[in-house]
Design a protein around this ligand. Sequence first.
Ligand SMILES: NC(=O)C1=CN([C@@H]2O[C@H](COP(=O)(O)OP(=O)(O)OC[C@H]3O[C@@H](n4cnc5c(N)ncnc54)[C@H](OP(=O)(O)O)[C@@H]3O)[C@@H](O)[C@H]2O)[C@@H](O)CC1
Ligand SMILES: Nc1ncnc2c1ncn2[C@@H]1O[C@H](COP(=O)(O)OP(=O)(O)O)[C@@H](O)[C@H]1O
Ligand SMILES: [Mg+2]
Length: 277
Amino acid sequence: MQEAQPLTENILAATIQQRAADSYKGTYGRVTLIGGNRNFGGAIIMASEAAVYSGAGLVTTITDASNQDALHARLPEAMFADITDFDQSRELIKGSDVVVVGPGLGTDDEAAAVLADVFNVIQSDQILVIDGSAITLVAERHLPLPETHLIMTPHQMEWQRLSGIAIDKQTVDWNLAIIDQLDATIVLKSHRTQVYTDNGVYENTIGTPAQATGGMGDTLAGMVGGFTAQFKDTDQAVLAAVYSHSAIAEKLAKTQYVVLPHQIVAQLPQFMKAHEG
Ligand SMILES: NC(=O)C1=CN([C@@H]2O[C@H](COP(=O)(O)OP(=O)(O)OC[C@H]3O[C@@H](n4cnc5c(N)ncnc54)[C@H](OP(=O)(O)O)[C@@H]3O)[C@@H](O)[C@H]2O)[C@@H](O)CC1
Ligand SMILES: Nc1ncnc2c1ncn2[C@@H]1O[C@H](COP(=O)(O)OP(=O)(O)O)[C@@H](O)[C@H]1O
Ligand SMILES: [Mg+2]
């Protein structure tokens, strides 16, 4: 039986770097986030905010046109593209270091067509973060995964859909049997999130039930995008994003009954400054 190693605060200073004086926005990565149908616009907005506030250099959000005004009202730093404009989306994806797909994407045929196009266009030297509806679509429609650096962030039900392993059977050994075939980093979210990397399995030992609110995973997906765009070691970047998300939430939960996703995002710049190596 394999055991997960505990994820500790050491991951922060090992990953979060002081910024070089001669750097510019291009140094910190281009992140494109794709999702948010008419009903779930908040999901892609939260993910986009998380990418910007964790320090991604340039962020573009490809979403339903009905979300454009809300996106810009909250986050003028993000650029916008219409999710129905496949030609523009392809160019944006090609120019990205990291693509995050799935928060609030939905699971209808239009969403499936968007996801299929992302999988066609993405190149092997890019990072693709697959979250939320995109994981459900891969599972339900048996979509083959593209050859790229893949990071998937399922909650336990999404992992059940994808892996076929029932939630109460999701042990490290059973999970590894499937993950070995997937060739992806898996962030299996729960009250004790586990991260399956090529170099080992890690378990988050912090976090709080104050985080049990809609949008919390969308926010983590955006942070994973922002961290992996900036920090060279992708596994470490994923682990640092998972740890930071919960550490900020724990701090806020000392005085708050519930922690809202956007409150975590608001704390990110100060938290990262306090923990840079
Ligand atoms: N503001 C917005 O725009 C928001 C938009 N969102 C977007 O909505 C899309 C759908 O995502 P989703 O996660 O809401 O729905 P789905 O994939 O059907 O999973 C729920 C099912 O799984 C079950 N379940 C069992 N264990 C579980 C666990 N540990 N964690 C979670 N669920 C667990 C659960 O069981 P139950 O609650 O019924 O007991 C239920 O049967 C996605 O694109 C997402 O980004 C949301 O982020 C919300 C805010
Ligand atoms: N009881 C809990 N303790 C710690 N973290 C939690 C708890 N409940 C939820 N979370 C965290 O909240 C996030 C939920 O993700 P997800 O279900 O995808 O949310 P959403 O899709 O609504 O954004 C995960 O990061 C998970 O670890
Ligand atoms: Mg989710």
